[in-house]
Design a protein around this ligand. Sequence first.
Ligand code: NAP
Length: 278
Amino acid sequence: MTATVIDGKAVAAAVRERVAVEVADLPEPPGLATVLVGEDPASAVYVRMKREDSAEVGIRSFHHEPAPGEVADLLAELNADRQVNGILLQLPLPAELDDAEMTALIDPRKDVDGLTPLSAGLLLQGKPGLVPCTPAGVMELLAYAGVELEGAEAVVVGRSQLVGKPLAALLLAANATVTHCHSRTRDLAATCRRADVLVAAAGSPGLITADMVGEGATVIDVGTNRTDEGLTGDVDFAAVREVAGAITPVPGGVGPMTRAMLLVNTVAAAKAQLEAVR
Ligand code: NAP
């Protein structure tokens, strides 16, 4: 069997088109504040791409590059600024700042990365709220690929706050039977082989090999690892492709979806804020 390759770029383009229509329907363009702290070149590239995506769909972006000591005050200002509907604090922050502590300062109504404790709690409780962009993008890809989640065995490798945990909550909410793996999992291969839907979010290049994948499974590769051979996922794509039913590539799979879902969240936040003042 050769797997269908799920084209994240195409799905992301469709999501952006949908968002552009929604933006055009709003009384005024939503505003997204991007906050970049420190000199991390990869973070600078991510923020630039997010601003370009925003411009493409008609979202205004307000960019800030504060010194580490200014971040808390800036977040308070952005929380109070009515032109700002969403706040993106690009992570990781420089070592002198704590990612979770700074993220918690964001007004949950503007938490377009879905990472504040309130957003995380709402997700766990199955209540509406802003969902982290990468897991939301994975769910969108699964829907696009027509994957039946009800009753399916879903295995998530990785338990970060950013990806693994929120994704497991979303799969559970979609009525999958979810198994959560991590670095202490006793028999990762056997657990992964059970999966109808296998999501790799470990940050370990080539971790998922063909013998760990059941015939016809859907494999979503969240991993984004910079190696000497270039950008690579957590899945041995060439070999797993011969066993899986559907698979996402790296690059061109989950990455574009993460960016697209930020736009979805920004519009959702803007709409909710409009409703609240009506
Ligand atoms: P993270 O915070 O480092 O978490 C990695 C998780 O994987 C941890 O829970 C860890 O287990 C588990 N893990 C690591 N090695 C493992 C192994 N050999 N076997 C089983 N589990 C293992 O990483 P993250 O932020 O979730 O990111 C994961 C990957 O996704 C990275 O490559 C990152 O670059 C990528 N990513 C991509 C996007 C995108 O848009 N495409 C977005 C976000 C992240 P323990 O908890 O036991 O340590």
